[in-house]
Design a protein around this ligand. Structure first.
Ligand code: NAI
Length: 292
């Protein structure tokens, strides 16, 4: 008989939280998840089901596999209901006070040994842990978008994280099929730090008058899987801006992390990419016109 897999908790059922829930449910874990938005909670299972449809269409998954995966995800209304989890991954809005409040609330309900993980892209893991009664079990576990597809997960201890918490997070994440790379708790960790100049130069070219389509086409033909603007639309311009601002502030406003007006304007006009249906590359220029 195989041992039951530990329960995983997820806070935030947006693009990342739902994807991370899928990763652990696909690996056989019971997953308990919640979100502050009733709409997000109500639609989570149908969104997950729909996201698996392409795999069913390609015969990479059966209807039975999908039903089994969905049956492992329980969406709850209250953070308290996450209590049986041995590891909780937080994937809410990228704001320090919001993340700190979630972990403070979780501490009251979880076992003292449960691992607390944040999916932050750009905030300091130490700052998120500050103020907790047991900061030593908090760490960063940074999945990439889309979480079920991207192999890399950055694992980020702060100075006080225990080796046990790190080992539990690594073991569970690797067993779910991911490649785990440990990073220092420095702004942008590894990938977001390296990616900032990629977006930055593309935004500089845009402000010099090049089109996002030309820039993306050039970078794809040069061998990149996605151009910088399709990537911003996938990630969300709001998330990309928050990461850039956070990195820029943490690096003393170094010009390498310049916050471009073109990115800020995109967020101000609500053209956030896939989540709003409009963005630098959306709607696609060769898309059929919308019906009258
Ligand atoms: P999203 O905007 O798609 O989803 C965030 C979800 O959190 C929403 O459903 C919202 O209702 C919920 N939420 C907000 N405040 C909450 C609270 N206090 N309690 C419970 N739920 C709450 O955002 P996304 O893209 O999923 O990002 C989430 C986190 O993951 C952020 O920290 C972001 O920086 C990080 N991240 C994002 C990546 C991306 O490409 N979008 C990649 C890697 C990390």
């Amino acid at each position: 008989m195989t041992a039951a897999r530990p329960t995983i908790g997820i806070i935030g059922l947006g693009a990342m939280g739902l994807g991370i829930a899928q990763v652990f449910a696909a690996a056989g874990h019971p997953v308990r998840a919640t979100d502050a938005s009733p709409d997000s909670r109500a639609t989570a299972l149908s969104r997950l089901s729909a996201s698996l449809q392409p795999r069913i269409d390609k015969s990479a998954m059966t209807e039975g596999d999908r039903a089994a995966l969905l049956s492992r995800l329980t969406v709850t209304d209250r953070v308290e209901d996450i209590a049986p989890a041995e590891m909780v991954v937080e994937a809410i809005v990228e704001r320090l006070p919001a993340k700190q409040s979630v972990f403070t609330l979780l501490e009251d309900h979880l076992s003292p040994h449960a691992v607390l993980a944040t999916n932050t892209s750009s905030l300091s893991v130490a700052a998120i842990a500050r103020g907790l009664a047991h900061p030593e079990r908090l760490l960063g576990l940074h999945f990439f978008n889309p979480a079920p597809v991207m192999r890399l997960v950055e694992l980020i201890p702060h100075a006080g994280t225990t080796p046990q918490a790190l080992s539990t997070a690594r073991t569970l994440t690797e067993a779910a099929g991911k490649t785990v790379i440990q990073c220092a708790d420095r702004p942008g960790f590894i990938v977001n730090r390296c990616a900032r100049p990629y977006y930055g130069e593309a935004l500089a070219l845009l402000e010099e008058g090049r089109s996002p389509q030309d820039i993306d086409a050039a970078m794809r033909a040069a061998g990149y899987r996605l151009g910088p603007f399709a990537l911003i639309d996938l990630i969300g311009a709001d998330i990309n801006l928050a990461a850039t601002e956070s990195l820029s502030a943490a690096m003393g406003n170094h010009p390498r992390y310049h916050v471009f007006t073109a990115l800020k304007a995109q967020v101000e006009r609500g053209a956030l990419g896939r989540k709003t249906g409009t963005g630098f590359t959306l709607p696609a220029i060769d898309a059929p016109p919308p019906p009258d």
